[in-house]
Design a protein. Structure first.
Lengths: 140, 206
Protein backbone atom coordinates (compact mmCIF):
# COMPACT_ATOMS: atom_id res chain seq x y z
CA UNK A 1 0.00 0.00 0.00
CA UNK A 2 2.71 2.45 0.94
CA UNK A 3 4.34 1.66 -2.38
CA UNK A 4 1.28 2.93 -4.24
CA UNK A 5 1.05 6.03 -2.06
CA UNK A 6 4.61 6.83 -3.07
CA UNK A 7 3.84 6.63 -6.77
CA UNK A 8 4.60 9.83 -8.61
CA UNK A 9 1.89 11.81 -10.38
CA UNK A 10 3.37 10.62 -13.64
CA UNK A 11 3.00 6.99 -12.64
CA UNK A 12 -0.62 7.52 -11.64
CA UNK A 13 -1.26 9.18 -14.99
CA UNK A 14 0.42 6.35 -16.91
CA UNK A 15 -1.95 3.94 -15.21
CA UNK A 16 -4.86 6.16 -16.17
CA UNK A 17 -3.82 6.46 -19.81
CA UNK A 18 -3.34 2.69 -20.08
CA UNK A 19 -6.88 2.27 -18.80
CA UNK A 20 -8.59 5.11 -20.67
CA UNK A 21 -7.01 4.16 -24.01
CA UNK A 22 -9.13 1.00 -23.96
CA UNK A 23 -12.40 2.78 -23.19
CA UNK A 24 -15.02 3.93 -25.66
CA UNK A 25 -15.04 7.68 -26.12
CA UNK A 26 -11.24 7.85 -25.97
CA UNK A 27 -8.79 8.09 -28.87
CA UNK A 28 -7.05 4.75 -28.23
CA UNK A 29 -10.24 2.86 -28.93
CA UNK A 30 -10.55 4.44 -32.39
CA UNK A 31 -6.86 4.11 -33.27
CA UNK A 32 -7.02 0.42 -32.39
CA UNK A 33 -9.84 -0.06 -34.90
CA UNK A 34 -7.73 1.66 -37.55
CA UNK A 35 -4.71 -0.52 -36.79
CA UNK A 36 -6.77 -3.67 -37.20
CA UNK A 37 -8.13 -2.50 -40.55
CA UNK A 38 -4.74 -1.35 -41.80
CA UNK A 39 -2.98 -4.39 -40.34
CA UNK A 40 -0.55 -2.11 -38.60
CA UNK A 41 1.23 -2.52 -35.30
CA UNK A 42 1.00 0.04 -32.55
CA UNK A 43 4.65 0.91 -33.04
CA UNK A 44 4.16 1.46 -36.77
CA UNK A 45 1.24 3.75 -36.13
CA UNK A 46 3.18 5.67 -33.52
CA UNK A 47 6.07 6.23 -35.94
CA UNK A 48 3.65 7.31 -38.64
CA UNK A 49 2.40 10.05 -36.35
CA UNK A 50 5.95 10.98 -35.31
CA UNK A 51 5.44 10.76 -31.54
CA UNK A 52 7.43 9.16 -28.72
CA UNK A 53 6.07 6.28 -26.64
CA UNK A 54 5.13 8.32 -23.62
CA UNK A 55 3.20 10.92 -25.62
CA UNK A 56 1.59 8.22 -27.76
CA UNK A 57 0.20 6.65 -24.59
CA UNK A 58 -1.11 10.04 -23.51
CA UNK A 59 -2.57 10.66 -26.97
CA UNK A 60 -4.51 7.39 -26.86
CA UNK A 61 -5.73 8.13 -23.35
CA UNK A 62 -7.32 11.43 -24.28
CA UNK A 63 -10.96 11.94 -25.10
CA UNK A 64 -12.11 11.98 -28.72
CA UNK A 65 -12.44 15.34 -30.50
CA UNK A 66 -15.89 16.85 -30.31
CA UNK A 67 -18.07 16.14 -33.38
CA UNK A 68 -18.82 19.79 -34.12
CA UNK A 69 -15.13 20.78 -34.16
CA UNK A 70 -13.43 17.49 -34.85
CA UNK A 71 -10.44 18.70 -36.87
CA UNK A 72 -9.72 21.70 -34.63
CA UNK A 73 -9.78 19.51 -31.49
CA UNK A 74 -7.68 16.82 -33.20
CA UNK A 75 -5.01 19.41 -34.05
CA UNK A 76 -4.95 20.73 -30.49
CA UNK A 77 -4.65 17.19 -29.13
CA UNK A 78 -1.76 16.53 -31.53
CA UNK A 79 0.02 19.72 -30.44
CA UNK A 80 -0.48 18.91 -26.77
CA UNK A 81 1.01 15.44 -27.28
CA UNK A 82 3.88 16.76 -29.43
CA UNK A 83 2.92 14.84 -32.53
CA UNK A 84 5.30 15.70 -35.39
CA UNK A 85 3.06 14.67 -38.29
CA UNK A 86 -0.11 16.43 -37.26
CA UNK A 87 -1.86 16.12 -40.62
CA UNK A 88 -1.19 12.37 -40.73
CA UNK A 89 -2.69 12.03 -37.27
CA UNK A 90 -5.74 14.16 -38.09
CA UNK A 91 -6.40 12.22 -41.31
CA UNK A 92 -5.98 8.92 -39.48
CA UNK A 93 -8.53 9.99 -36.88
CA UNK A 94 -10.98 11.08 -39.58
CA UNK A 95 -10.58 7.73 -41.33
CA UNK A 96 -10.97 5.86 -38.06
CA UNK A 97 -14.14 7.77 -37.32
CA UNK A 98 -15.52 6.86 -40.72
CA UNK A 99 -14.64 3.20 -40.20
CA UNK A 100 -16.30 3.26 -36.81
CA UNK A 101 -19.47 4.75 -38.29
CA UNK A 102 -19.53 2.23 -41.14
CA UNK A 103 -19.08 -0.58 -38.60
CA UNK A 104 -22.23 0.59 -36.89
CA UNK A 105 -24.21 0.68 -40.14
CA UNK A 106 -22.95 -2.79 -41.12
CA UNK A 107 -24.20 -4.17 -37.84
CA UNK A 108 -27.63 -2.64 -38.49
CA UNK A 109 -27.93 -4.40 -41.84
CA UNK A 110 -26.66 -7.76 -40.62
CA UNK A 111 -30.20 -9.17 -40.29
CA UNK A 112 -31.03 -8.86 -44.03
CA UNK A 113 -29.74 -11.42 -46.50
CA UNK A 114 -27.42 -9.76 -48.99
CA UNK A 115 -28.46 -9.93 -52.64
CA UNK A 116 -25.23 -11.75 -53.52
CA UNK A 117 -26.38 -14.66 -51.41
CA UNK A 118 -29.86 -14.61 -52.93
CA UNK A 119 -28.44 -14.82 -56.49
CA UNK A 120 -26.53 -18.02 -55.74
CA UNK A 121 -29.60 -19.81 -54.45
CA UNK A 122 -30.46 -21.04 -57.94
CA UNK A 123 -27.29 -23.14 -57.98
CA UNK A 124 -28.83 -25.31 -55.32
CA UNK A 125 -32.17 -25.90 -57.02
CA UNK A 126 -33.25 -29.51 -57.46
CA UNK A 127 -32.28 -31.05 -60.82
CA UNK A 128 -35.93 -31.88 -61.52
CA UNK A 129 -36.86 -28.25 -61.48
CA UNK A 130 -34.34 -27.35 -64.12
CA UNK A 131 -35.56 -27.27 -67.69
CA UNK A 132 -33.83 -29.77 -69.99
CA UNK A 133 -34.06 -29.72 -73.77
CA UNK A 134 -32.16 -32.47 -75.50
CA UNK A 135 -32.52 -30.66 -78.79
CA UNK A 136 -30.18 -28.00 -77.44
CA UNK A 137 -27.39 -30.46 -77.28
CA UNK A 138 -27.75 -31.74 -80.88
CA UNK A 139 -25.42 -30.22 -83.30
CA UNK A 140 -26.95 -29.17 -86.47
CA UNK B 1 -13.01 11.78 11.63
CA UNK B 2 -10.11 11.76 9.20
CA UNK B 3 -8.95 15.25 8.41
CA UNK B 4 -8.01 15.22 4.75
CA UNK B 5 -5.92 17.89 3.11
CA UNK B 6 -7.69 20.23 0.74
CA UNK B 7 -7.34 19.20 -2.91
CA UNK B 8 -5.74 21.45 -5.49
CA UNK B 9 -8.56 22.45 -7.83
CA UNK B 10 -8.56 23.17 -11.58
CA UNK B 11 -9.10 26.78 -12.62
CA UNK B 12 -12.56 28.11 -13.47
CA UNK B 13 -11.61 28.19 -17.14
CA UNK B 14 -10.45 24.57 -17.05
CA UNK B 15 -13.70 23.56 -15.37
CA UNK B 16 -15.80 25.45 -17.93
CA UNK B 17 -13.91 23.84 -20.80
CA UNK B 18 -14.16 20.43 -19.09
CA UNK B 19 -17.95 20.74 -19.00
CA UNK B 20 -17.90 21.59 -22.74
CA UNK B 21 -15.99 18.36 -23.38
CA UNK B 22 -12.83 20.03 -24.62
CA UNK B 23 -10.46 17.02 -24.77
CA UNK B 24 -7.36 19.06 -23.88
CA UNK B 25 -9.11 20.62 -20.87
CA UNK B 26 -10.43 17.22 -19.78
CA UNK B 27 -6.87 15.88 -19.86
CA UNK B 28 -5.59 18.86 -17.85
CA UNK B 29 -8.29 18.41 -15.21
CA UNK B 30 -7.60 14.69 -14.92
CA UNK B 31 -3.88 15.43 -14.57
CA UNK B 32 -4.65 17.76 -11.66
CA UNK B 33 -7.19 15.61 -9.83
CA UNK B 34 -6.53 11.94 -10.51
CA UNK B 35 -3.23 11.55 -8.62
CA UNK B 36 -4.64 13.40 -5.61
CA UNK B 37 -7.88 11.43 -5.50
CA UNK B 38 -6.04 8.16 -6.10
CA UNK B 39 -3.79 8.76 -3.09
CA UNK B 40 -6.78 9.80 -1.00
CA UNK B 41 -8.77 6.69 -1.99
CA UNK B 42 -5.88 4.26 -1.43
CA UNK B 43 -5.35 5.71 2.04
CA UNK B 44 -9.03 5.89 2.95
CA UNK B 45 -9.85 2.40 1.73
CA UNK B 46 -6.63 0.86 2.96
CA UNK B 47 -8.38 -2.38 3.87
CA UNK B 48 -9.27 -3.07 0.24
CA UNK B 49 -6.84 -4.31 -2.44
CA UNK B 50 -5.02 -1.33 -3.91
CA UNK B 51 -5.41 -2.38 -7.54
CA UNK B 52 -9.18 -2.69 -7.07
CA UNK B 53 -9.38 0.73 -5.46
CA UNK B 54 -7.35 2.15 -8.33
CA UNK B 55 -9.61 0.43 -10.83
CA UNK B 56 -12.67 2.05 -9.27
CA UNK B 57 -10.97 5.44 -9.41
CA UNK B 58 -10.33 4.91 -13.12
CA UNK B 59 -13.93 3.87 -13.76
CA UNK B 60 -15.28 6.93 -11.96
CA UNK B 61 -12.97 9.28 -13.85
CA UNK B 62 -13.92 7.68 -17.18
CA UNK B 63 -17.61 8.04 -16.33
CA UNK B 64 -17.12 11.66 -15.26
CA UNK B 65 -15.19 12.50 -18.43
CA UNK B 66 -17.74 10.86 -20.73
CA UNK B 67 -20.62 12.59 -18.94
CA UNK B 68 -18.84 15.92 -18.65
CA UNK B 69 -22.09 17.85 -19.24
CA UNK B 70 -23.67 16.40 -16.11
CA UNK B 71 -21.28 18.11 -13.71
CA UNK B 72 -22.67 21.38 -12.33
CA UNK B 73 -20.04 23.58 -10.65
CA UNK B 74 -22.85 25.49 -8.90
CA UNK B 75 -23.73 22.40 -6.88
CA UNK B 76 -20.31 21.24 -5.71
CA UNK B 77 -16.62 21.21 -6.42
CA UNK B 78 -15.51 18.64 -8.97
CA UNK B 79 -13.52 16.78 -6.32
CA UNK B 80 -16.64 16.44 -4.16
CA UNK B 81 -18.64 15.26 -7.18
CA UNK B 82 -16.04 12.63 -8.09
CA UNK B 83 -15.53 11.49 -4.51
CA UNK B 84 -19.29 11.05 -4.02
CA UNK B 85 -19.41 8.84 -7.13
CA UNK B 86 -16.38 6.95 -5.89
CA UNK B 87 -17.89 6.35 -2.47
CA UNK B 88 -20.95 4.75 -4.02
CA UNK B 89 -18.72 2.37 -5.95
CA UNK B 90 -16.47 1.71 -2.96
CA UNK B 91 -19.50 0.82 -0.88
CA UNK B 92 -20.35 -1.94 -3.35
CA UNK B 93 -16.74 -3.10 -3.49
CA UNK B 94 -16.53 -3.13 0.28
CA UNK B 95 -19.74 -5.16 0.57
CA UNK B 96 -18.38 -7.65 -1.96
CA UNK B 97 -15.23 -8.14 0.08
CA UNK B 98 -17.20 -8.31 3.31
CA UNK B 99 -19.28 -11.17 1.89
CA UNK B 100 -16.09 -12.97 0.93
CA UNK B 101 -14.63 -12.77 4.47
CA UNK B 102 -14.31 -16.25 6.01
CA UNK B 103 -16.71 -17.01 8.83
CA UNK B 104 -14.85 -16.67 12.12
CA UNK B 105 -14.63 -19.86 14.09
CA UNK B 106 -12.59 -20.92 17.08
CA UNK B 107 -10.38 -22.93 14.70
CA UNK B 108 -9.68 -19.84 12.57
CA UNK B 109 -8.92 -17.83 15.68
CA UNK B 110 -6.49 -20.40 17.01
CA UNK B 111 -4.68 -20.55 13.67
CA UNK B 112 -4.03 -16.79 13.69
CA UNK B 113 -0.35 -15.91 14.22
CA UNK B 114 0.30 -14.56 17.73
CA UNK B 115 -3.31 -13.82 18.53
CA UNK B 116 -3.60 -11.05 21.13
CA UNK B 117 0.11 -11.12 22.04
CA UNK B 118 0.96 -8.06 20.03
CA UNK B 119 -1.81 -5.90 21.40
CA UNK B 120 -0.77 -2.61 19.81
CA UNK B 121 -0.70 -4.15 16.34
CA UNK B 122 -4.01 -5.93 16.88
CA UNK B 123 -5.57 -2.69 18.10
CA UNK B 124 -4.34 -0.80 15.02
CA UNK B 125 -5.73 -3.49 12.70
CA UNK B 126 -9.04 -3.59 14.55
CA UNK B 127 -9.30 0.20 14.39
CA UNK B 128 -8.80 0.23 10.62
CA UNK B 129 -11.53 -2.38 10.21
CA UNK B 130 -13.83 -0.55 12.61
CA UNK B 131 -13.13 2.71 10.84
CA UNK B 132 -14.13 1.34 7.47
CA UNK B 133 -17.27 -0.36 8.82
CA UNK B 134 -18.17 2.85 10.57
CA UNK B 135 -17.84 4.95 7.41
CA UNK B 136 -19.94 2.50 5.42
CA UNK B 137 -22.65 2.70 8.09
CA UNK B 138 -22.44 6.49 8.07
CA UNK B 139 -22.95 6.55 4.30
CA UNK B 140 -26.15 4.56 4.76
CA UNK B 141 -27.57 6.65 7.58
CA UNK B 142 -26.86 10.21 6.45
CA UNK B 143 -29.26 12.10 4.21
CA UNK B 144 -28.12 13.94 1.08
CA UNK B 145 -27.29 17.25 2.75
CA UNK B 146 -25.47 15.52 5.61
CA UNK B 147 -23.46 13.39 3.15
CA UNK B 148 -22.31 16.45 1.25
CA UNK B 149 -21.37 18.24 4.49
CA UNK B 150 -19.52 15.12 5.66
CA UNK B 151 -17.56 14.84 2.41
CA UNK B 152 -16.53 18.50 2.58
CA UNK B 153 -15.56 18.29 6.23
CA UNK B 154 -13.43 15.22 5.49
CA UNK B 155 -11.62 17.21 2.82
CA UNK B 156 -10.98 19.99 5.30
CA UNK B 157 -13.12 22.51 3.39
CA UNK B 158 -13.24 25.82 5.26
CA UNK B 159 -15.23 28.12 2.98
CA UNK B 160 -18.61 28.84 4.56
CA UNK B 161 -20.11 29.85 1.19
CA UNK B 162 -19.82 26.29 -0.08
CA UNK B 163 -21.71 24.92 2.93
CA UNK B 164 -24.34 27.67 2.60
CA UNK B 165 -24.79 26.69 -1.04
CA UNK B 166 -25.50 23.11 0.00
CA UNK B 167 -28.10 24.20 2.53
CA UNK B 168 -29.72 26.35 -0.14
CA UNK B 169 -29.76 23.42 -2.56
CA UNK B 170 -31.72 21.32 -0.09
CA UNK B 171 -34.19 24.14 0.62
CA UNK B 172 -32.80 24.87 4.05
CA UNK B 173 -32.03 28.24 5.54
CA UNK B 174 -28.67 29.58 4.57
CA UNK B 175 -27.00 31.73 7.17
CA UNK B 176 -23.56 31.17 8.65
CA UNK B 177 -25.07 30.24 12.00
CA UNK B 178 -27.20 27.62 10.24
CA UNK B 179 -24.04 26.13 8.76
CA UNK B 180 -22.53 25.95 12.24
CA UNK B 181 -25.70 24.35 13.62
CA UNK B 182 -25.83 21.84 10.76
CA UNK B 183 -22.20 20.85 11.35
CA UNK B 184 -22.78 20.38 15.08
CA UNK B 185 -25.91 18.34 14.41
CA UNK B 186 -23.94 16.18 11.98
CA UNK B 187 -21.17 15.62 14.53
CA UNK B 188 -23.75 14.56 17.14
CA UNK B 189 -25.21 12.11 14.62
CA UNK B 190 -21.77 10.72 13.78
CA UNK B 191 -21.02 10.20 17.48
CA UNK B 192 -24.39 8.49 17.95
CA UNK B 193 -23.67 6.09 15.06
CA UNK B 194 -20.29 5.31 16.59
CA UNK B 195 -21.90 4.64 19.99
CA UNK B 196 -24.54 2.38 18.43
CA UNK B 197 -21.85 0.33 16.77
CA UNK B 198 -19.80 0.13 19.94
CA UNK B 199 -16.97 2.23 18.53
CA UNK B 200 -15.10 5.03 20.14
CA UNK B 201 -15.77 8.16 18.08
CA UNK B 202 -12.61 9.82 19.40
CA UNK B 203 -10.49 6.86 18.24
CA UNK B 204 -12.18 6.89 14.84
CA UNK B 205 -11.51 10.60 14.51
CA UNK B 206 -7.73 10.18 14.80
Amino acid sequence: MSKNLNLSDQQFMEGWYQFSSTQSGFIGDLLRLLRVRQKMSENQQRKEFGVDKSNFLRLQGMMLPRPHQFIKDARRIAETCQVSNINVFVNALLLARKLSQSNVSEQDSSLTIPKSQQAYQAAFDEDDSLETDSDDHDAE
Amino acid sequence: MDSESVFNQPSHQQINDFIKGDPVAVDEVVNILLPQISRWAIKKYSMLPVDEVQSEVHLVFAETCRNHKKYDPEKSQLTTYIINLLKLRMRTLYQKHKQQEPVESIDDYEKMPNPMYNESQSKAQLSNLDRERYFVEVEFQLNGQEREFFALMQQGEKKVEIFIHILKKYGLSNSESDVKNAKEKLLRKLKKIADEKGFSFEDLSE
